[in-house]
Write a protein that binds this ligand. Structure first.
Ligand SMILES: [Zn+2]
Length: 237
């Protein structure tokens, strides 16, 4: 089965990253903005992050407002460096969040299974999508991936459905620029990806909790503006 993409008028597909008790205020504020556009987001939930009864209730309320839930690692924190490639990835993209890269294939599988189980243990709906922190999956043999509980896995390039061996390529725009050179690089990459998305706006928008305070906030606000949403709708009608 192919990944269930948004309907033609509902692009871009918006993901709110790093949902945990510490970021819930910001997630709720961003979710309200997206709802004001008549859209809903996919919430990327970090399980092992200090959830309690009250914060879980707020997460359920967000789901009740129509936002999907997806798994996003286990701790969202690499306990150690996994080698030179991991250090380079950390410097360029992920800082210390790419927890898969600190593990071997068996460790990555454990993270994914624990993440999936946490939703059921907390009475949350079963998520079909898993997004490794910083989109850094690390190597897992295809046969093993097919046996893991999520149906879809998001990477930098798009969405992979291992049981159907299908890959849906989707351009991605991000706004998490915690260093000045990252802002330049991201702005350039976002421009290319918006071109790839074309007039139909078939684009993933990856929003992190502090993006509206970052150097790319104006770019993000433009993409979340009602005018932009209306223009995307009219370009496909
Ligand atoms: Zn993340």
């Amino acid at each position: 089965m192919k990944f269930p993409l948004p309907r033609p008028g509902d692009w871009p597909w918006v993901s709110l990253h790093d949902v945990c008790p510490a970021t819930l205020d910001r997630t709720e504020a961003l979710a309200s903005r997206i709802e004001a556009l008549g859209r809903r987001a996919t919430l990327l939930v970090i399980p092992n992050a200090g959830w309690d009864t009250a914060s879980l209730e707020r997460l359920r309320a967000l789901h009740g407002r129509g936002h999907d839930l997806a798994g996003h690692g286990w701790t969202h924190q690499a306990a150690r460096w996994g080698g030179l490639a991991h250090r380079i990835h950390g410097w360029i993209i992920s800082n210390r969040v790419a927890e898969h890269l600190a593990e071997d294939a068996a460790g990555r599988e454990r993270i994914i299974r624990r993440c999936h189980t946490w939703f059921a243990e907390n009475g949350l709906p079963e998520p079909s999508l898993y997004v490794p922190p910083a989109w850094a999956m690390g190597r897992i043999p295809a046969k093993r991936l097919r046996e893991l509980p999520f149906r879809y896995y998001e990477t930098l390039g798009g969405i992979y459905a291992p049981r159907h061996r299908g890959f849906t390529r989707l351009p991605l725009a991000g706004f998490e620029a915690d260093r000045p050179w990252r802002a330049h690089t991201l702005r350039f990459s976002n421009a290319i990806n918006r071109c790839l998305a074309g007039k139909t706006n078939r684009l993933r928008l990856a929003i992190h909790p502090w993006d509206l305070d970052g150097p790319l906030s104006a770019d993000l606000l433009r993409l979340l503006s009602p005018a932009e949403a209306a223009s995307a709708r009219s370009s496909i009608s």
